[in-house]
Design a binder for this molecule. Structure first.
Ligand code: FES
Length: 314
């Protein structure tokens, strides 16, 4: 219950009129509801997934490289800073050059524009690779983000041509419009990460107990079978291999897939959703698209029970 202090009336929360949804929800939901994007997304995604192939195939290594598995961090957000920063520089130098009219300022603006184009190319390739694993409304927002960025890049190319053919003011007008559009596109990129959790470590907040926790009877663990257990609220997957027992987090760090429903081969578990592979021994990534390792657990058997304790990654 809440009290109306002025009138002395009391209103229940249920009677309170709903507040206006934040702007983010309005924009986000608008893009999410654009079902026509699926028609475009389907063939592009199918082609990309066919091109990259399965783990172990040659092009899959290229996908891992573009995803950032080798870096332990997604490459796309690293590269997106280049066009945003460079084109901010273009905008600033353009403004000064309009007043100053010196060649130095104009050339500086054009150079930072070209630098932005190079960064935009890298961002597009890595972004498309990350996007190829998405589905549903995430895929729609990601595609809208990509389409906008593609259009913005074309605007900057047109601007460069105008600048180099003596139509500098027209070129500045086009790149300025592109800059404004890039702010909205950057917002959609942020929506993907902060609201939808794309590109983040999906096990980042899984703490786990510092003490050993009994999770199951040792006799019940079947050799070679992935078994899901609960470690004080954290899902883990356990595997018995010979005399050894291994355990890592059961929620895939990529997009939250259930590793206990995956497949196991040579001590490596493969996520059923997008094929990321992790070593059961220590949770390390064997191949992407995951870029973050799985939480690993210390395992011991006491009084017939399997006990797990969270291991910190080196
Ligand atoms: S959720 Fe994508 S690979 Fe596991």
């Amino acid at each position: 219950m809440t009290a109306n202090i002025q009138s002395g009336e009391q209103k229940s929360w249920a009677e309170t009129p709903p507040s206006t949804p934040p702007v983010r929800h309005v924009i986000g939901e608008f893009v999410e509801n654009q079902t026509w994007l699926d028609k475009l997304a389907n063939p592009i995604q199918q082609w990309l997934l066919g091109f990259f192939g399965q783990p172990g195939q040659p092009n899959r290594k290229l996908k891992d490289m573009l995803n950032g598995t080798w870096l332990g961090h997604s490459v796309h957000p690293v590269l997106t800073d280049i066009p945003i920063g460079a084109w901010s520089g273009t905008m600033l130098l353009d403004l000064v050059s309009l007043k100053d009219e010196s060649d130095g300022m104009a050339n500086g603006a054009d150079l930072s524009l070209v630098l932005g184009l190079l960064g935009a190319t890298g961002s597009a390739v890595t972004g498309l690779t990350d996007w190829s694993d998405l589905d549903g409304t995430d895929r729609r927002v990601g595609l809208m983000h990509g389409l906008l960025n593609g259009s913005i890049t074309v605007m900057y190319v047109v601007s460069l041509i105008l600048r180099r053919t003596g139509q500098r003011r027209a070129g500045i007008a086009v790149s300025s419009a592109g800059y404004l559009a890039s702010l909205f596109s950057a917002y959609l990129g942020g929506e993907m990460v902060f609201a939808k959790g794309i590109g983040v470590n999906h096990v980042a907040f899984e703490g786990g107990s510092d003490d050993f926790v009994a999770v199951m009877n040792a006799q019940e663990l079947v050799e070679g079978k992935l078994t899901r257990v609960d470690v004080a609220g954290i899902p883990a997957v356990v595997l018995k291999k010979g005399k050894s027992i291994y355990a890592i987090g059961a929620t895939c760090s990529h997009l939250g897939g259930p590793l206990d429903e995956g497949t196991i081969q040579d001590g490596v578990v493969q996520c059923p959703w997008h094929g990321s592979c992790f070593r059961m021994q220590d949770g390390s990534v064997v191949n992407g698209p995951a870029v973050y390792a799985q939480p690993a657990f210390d395992v011991r058997v006491r009084d017939g029970k399997i006990e797990l304790r969270r291991l910190e990654h080196a």
